[in-house]
Design a protein around this ligand. Structure first.
Ligand code: BDP
Length: 753
């Protein structure tokens, strides 16, 4: 236990010591001091036992970035009250109704005035469709630019009257516009020059919940699944609605409720009745519900003898099932499918291709406007092909063979959500198929939910990577938003980090990953730093110095976790199964491609995976000039060095001039140092943010510091067996022995598969 003296504690101690003066009582000073000493010790103990938060104001994080705290600055308050205090929301659809409710709630909190009045009296007008078109004419606004779910938020003047208008073509667009306006207020932005036009660049912006029907969350570290299947359909938590509000506030418009390792029962009437309730609750917020389905469902719950996609009975079974779903959920989004991957059934079991499997489902969904999101996360040890190459080999021949309403969902990297990977070579290589991005928001490979990691920079790095598919500038962002190959539908999925923890994500900072996912799905050109700043200002503090300090910490936190775990392009060396902690020694799992030794290839002659033409030739899957650049260690970015190359221990690392071994040790040393620095910087924030949030992050940083040293020692000592070189003493001396670290076991680590 670390004894932390916050400024509240110090203030109280001083107060206690000065009591005789305040009380002006005549007691013997010596006796008084003794009593005070006991009181102080008692107080400190209580405060360190976690009760202190009860004594002070504590923000538990439930409100996420929608805190809507009261505006204190009088000038701002005056202008907001003048322009926003009286509003009118046109229309009475459920969506316009929730837009009205959100305004009422938010403005009531922020400016203490919130009145829905007649359109003439109102200074804030919110409208969609025909109403918006009329207002646009009256105020000379070009609404055409707010396409689809887009919106315009603008200050307008007509006959000397100044108003704020939120205009959209659709109801969902108007709701997004309302959230955007509320964001401006939360950020304390002036309204006078307000002129925002925004429309999503990606059509399907979807969370993937890896939630099981028993409420276990695969790779979830924030409590149980928020879907209480057992109590549905009757029992509807307020949390369901707050979940929808949070998603709508960042433009997320879809949610896949259940795990990709799907339980076939989700398609039975018993569960569909529950799914319908969630769909009804989310609909007003512009959110469509999707389900993960098991490919063998016709056999498992339909009593058929096969699930072969070309079997007419199987096709009919899916058609009937889809019709049954749409009868209750008319805006059902469609299916997400993990097939022939990690033991899941798929069309391959019947000698059919992924396209045949996907198209069978697509044909059932098409009449209702539903989509299939077919995952490209496939690999099989038996294939004998190196794992990073398999998805490309299997899917590129199918380009052009998928039905119109199929999207192929591709993880950002070619292996599996590692702290850092080069982008998957599939991006750019399937011009005829809409490829959907799949990012991991949850913290499986990134320190579970105790590490301070903001993923914005990682998402940005991937999205801004140039695939060169159509020459320079063919970024991953342009592939997935449909621009590069002119696709009608586009998508981005994020594997959710949400659970029943009061603060939703287990660690307050990790709320930012849900937030940035939404922002980047809306606009994949977003800047991670700007998004981080917005999030900090709405969630933690609006004070300049705190905003700068926290944003800086967030922006470096991803590189830190890479240095802590897998620097220089190392990957997949986590503990077996649960992926908790280091496990570079893992070499005895059922399949080669689950073992750490398969990936790092450390030996006396060096370390790293030769994926060049001299090795497994994975570089050939990339377009020129990447395939040439990445085949040569001198022209490979250092961050991918050991991903693509097996290099001798004395290979000179260009940026530092150090031999590879020294550089590796240095990176691990630096990773642990960076975490300590982060902890120190966080300590400096005491008193600047809410005490409860401050303490929670501080305690998590204690864990992260301990684990960074664990990673450092484990990896350096393990690899040293091969390098046979010393650990430069100027950096550190390991705290643990390799034998002790290898003996650690964590049978109850959370989030297991
Ligand atoms: C891996 C996870 C596993 C998932 C799998 C997937 O460890 O739990 O089922 O990805 O994406 O990273 O299907």
């Amino acid at each position: 236990m670390r004894l932390t003296l916050g400024f509240h504690e110090i203030r109280l101690v001083i107060l206690l010591l000065r009591m005789p003066y305040f009380c002006r009582i005549n007691i013997r000073v010596k006796y008084f001091k003794d009593v005070m000493k006991y009181l102080i010790v008692f107080f400190l103990l209580v405060s360190q036992c976690g009760f202190a938060s009860n004594l002070f104001h504590g923000e538990d994080g439930y409100r996420l970035w929608l805190k809507y705290d009261a505006i204190q600055q009088s000038e701002l308050l005056k202008s907001y009250t003048e322009l926003l205090g009286n509003y009118h929301v046109y229309g009475d659809s459920d969506t316009m109704q929730v837009a009205r409710e959100e305004l009422q709630f938010a403005l009531g909190n922020m400016i203490n005035r919130s009145r829905h009045v007649g359109a003439d009296e109102a200074t804030l007008l919110v409208a969609s469709g025909e109403n918006a078109t009329q207002l646009a004419e009256r105020y000379s606004v070009n609404i055409g630019r707010a396409e689809g779910e887009g919106y315009i938020v603008k200050q307008v003047t007509n006959n000397n009257e100044t108003k704020i208008v939120v205009l959209a073509n659709t109801d969902a667009g108007a709701l997004y516009g309302v959230f955007r306006l509320l964001k401006e207020v939360q950020l304390h932005k002036p309204l006078h020059a307000l002129n925002i036009i925004s429309a999503p660049k990606i059509s399907l912006r979807v969370l993937n919940h890896w939630d099981d029907l028993d409420r276990h969350v695969e790779r979830g570290y924030a409590g149980q699944s928020i879907w209480d299947w057992h109590k549905l359909p009757e029992y509807r938590y307020q949390r369901y609605v707050d979940y929808a509000r949070a998603n709508a506030s960042v433009g997320i418009n879809g949610t896949v409720l259940n795990n990709v390792n799907a339980d076939p029962l989700i398609l039975t009437p018993h569960y569909l009745e529950k799914v319908k309730v969630l769909a009804d609750l989310f609909r007003p917020y512009g959110i469509r519900v999707y389900l993960s389905v098991k490919f063998s469902s016709p056999q498992l719950i339909g009593n058929l003898s096969t699930s072969d996609p070309i079997d007419p009975e199987v096709q009919q079974w899916w058609k009937d099932k889809v019709a049954e779903i749409y009868a209750d959920i008319p805006d059902f989004g469609g299916f997400l499918v993990k097939a022939n991957s990690e033991g899941q059934p798929g069309p391959g079991d019947f000698g059919r291709t992924h396209a045949q499997g996907a198209n069978m489902l697509a044909k059932a969904l098409a009449p209702f406007g539903g989509n299939v999101m077919w995952r490209a996360f496939v690999y099989a040890n038996e294939k004998g092909e190196e794992r990073s190459k398999q998805a490309y080999s299997e899917f590129t021949p199918l380009d052009g063979k998928f039905d119109e309403n199929v999207l192929v969902q591709v993880k950002n990297g070619p292996i599996d959500f590692q702290p850092r990977e080069p982008f998957s070579p599939l991006f750019g290589a399937m011009p005829e198929t809409p490829l959907m991005m799949e990012f991991q928001i949850t913290m499986e490979y990134l320190g579970f939910s105790t590490h301070f990691v903001y993923l914005g920079p990682m998402y940005e790095e991937v999205l801004q990577s140039d695939t060169y598919a159509k020459g320079e500038g063919s970024t991953v962002a342009k592939v997935i938003d449909g621009e590069l190959f002119d696709h009608r539908i586009s998508g981005m999925a994020g594997v959710s980090n949400i659970g029943t923890d009061r603060n939703w994500t287990g660690h307050i900072i990790l709320q930012s990953n849900w937030y940035v996912f939404g922002r980047m799905a809306w606009d994949p050109e977003s800047k991670a730093s700007e998004v981080a700043e917005d999030w900090v200002r709405m969630t933690l503090s609006n004070e300049k110095s705190a905003v700068a300090a926290i944003t800086n910490m967030m922006m470096t936190s991803h590189q830190t976790v890479v240095d802590v775990m897998t620097p220089l392009g190392l990957h997949h060396i986590m503990g077996a199964g649960h992926h908790y902690g280091p496990g570079p020694w893992v070499d005895s799992l059922g399949r080669d491609d689950w073992n750490s030794t398969y990936y790092h290839r450390a030996a006396k002659d060096g370390i790293g995976f030769d994926r060049t033409p001299e090795g497994v030739n994975a570089t050939e899957q990339y377009f020129s000039p990447l395939k040439e650049l990445w085949s040569n260690p001198q022209s490979t970015p250092e961050k991918y060095l050991l991903w693509f190359h097996h290099l001798p221990w004395d290979f000179e690392v260009e940026s530092s001039g150090r031999p590879l071994w020294d550089e590796l040790v240095y990176r691990y040393f630096q990773g642990a140092e960076q975490v300590s620095e982060m902890a120190a910087k966080w300590d400096d924030l005491e008193g600047q943010i809410d005490p409860l949030q401050f303490r929670q992050v501080q305690m998590a940083l204690d864990i992260q510091e301990k684990e960074a040293i664990w990673w450092r020692d484990a990896c350096v000592l393990y690899f040293q067996q091969f390098s046979e070189r010393p650990i430069p003493a100027k950096w550190f001396t390991p705290k643990h022995s390799l034998a002790e670290l290898k003996a650690r076991s964590f049978p109850h680590a959370p989030g297991q598969g």
